[in-house]
Write a protein that binds this ligand. Structure first.
Ligand SMILES: C[S@@+](CC[C@H](N)C(=O)[O-])C[C@H]1O[C@@H](n2cnc3c(N)ncnc32)[C@H](O)[C@@H]1O
Length: 266
């Protein structure tokens, strides 16, 4: 295991940070950012600033695009991914932090958490803390966009997966067999990497919770947000979109101390 379910997952991409953009080169970040902007623009209140915080920003490829419309900032747990983002985005404020307990001391017209990063929180208690933190960083009239991980039943176990990179100076294969342990999907990635320096093998264990739509919606409601569901979203995984519920009190940060109380579990 990579730690108690109540602790932050350590930087799971730390070993592969330099490979991240190569591995995920199939993703159409410009098109995804366009769609995210359309969704925000249709909902952002007139007083909300044209600023955006990308939480779990990874290497900053959405931020790079979203900077066309917003003053952007990013936050991620993993310092190695943030280093890649910093090289890509000179002058953009980037923060190291855990989405379940951060406080930047200011608010944004939009907050986004994309590419299923929310699944890494692993427990429902931490999901609620994360959504409360995201909501607390929204200015009045702001919009929260969360791209979820798979829901229970949609993630199939016992399937082999492989991703191949074949470039002149870099050969890479990343393989795993899908597995489920309790409410967690477990992706034990095996990397085999060839460069001019030689061939190396390493593994990374990724654990993402299979939260239900009801659990996501309840976390938004508990944070004081009205929630809409876009079943298709950016990549077929759907989107949860939050706006301040009419008459609801301003969302507030959760207690940033140690996790409070036992996790109800999914
Ligand atoms: C699949 S990557 C997505 C990165 C980026 N949003 C993208 O679309 O390329 C998941 C990201 O979640 C980050 N992450 C995982 N747990 C986190 C946490 N508790 N707080 C902040 N970031 C976290 C990882 O470091 C990683 O950058």
């Amino acid at each position: 295991m990579s730690g108690s379910p109540e602790s932050a997952t350590p930087g799971v991409f730390t070993r592969s940070a330099d490979l991240y953009d190569t591995i995920y080169r199939f993703k159409d970040y410009p098109a995804e950012a366009e769609r995210v902007h359309e969704l925000i623009a249709a909902r952002r209140g007139p007083g909300a600033p044209a600023t955006l915080l990308d939480v779990a920003c990874g290497t900053g490829k959405h931020l790079e695009q979203l900077a066309r419309w917003y003053g952007v900032e990013g936050l991620d747990l993993d310092p190695n991914l943030l280093a890649v983002a910093a090289a890509r985005l000179p002058g953009v404020p980037l923060h190291q932090g855990d989405m379940t307990g951060f406080d930047l001391g200011r608010t944004f017209g939009a907050v986004v958490t994309l590419f299923s990063s929310i699944g890494y929180v692993r427990t429902e208690a931490r999901l609620r803390r994360a959504v409360a933190c995201l909501a607390a960083h929204l200015a009045p009239g702001g919009v929260l966009v969360v791209e979820p991980w798979f829901q229970p039943g949609a993630y199939l176990t016992g399937r082999p997966h492989a991703l191949f990179v074949d470039e002149p100076d870099l050969k890479l294969v990343r393989m795993n067999a899908s597995a489920i342990e309790g409410h967690l999907s477990v992706l034990e990635f095996h990397y085999l990497l060839a460069t001019g320096a030689g061939v190396s093998h390493f593994t990374e264990r990724h654990e993402l919770a299979l939260f239900t739509a009801e659990q996501y919606a309840a976390a938004f409601a508990a944070a004081g947000l009205a929630v809409e569901v876009d079943p298709d979203g950016l990549t077929g995984r759907g989107l949860f979109i939050g706006t301040w519920a009419p008459g609801a009190p301003r969302p507030t940060s959760p207690d940033a101390g140690p996790d409070a109380g036992p996790d109800a579990g999914p």
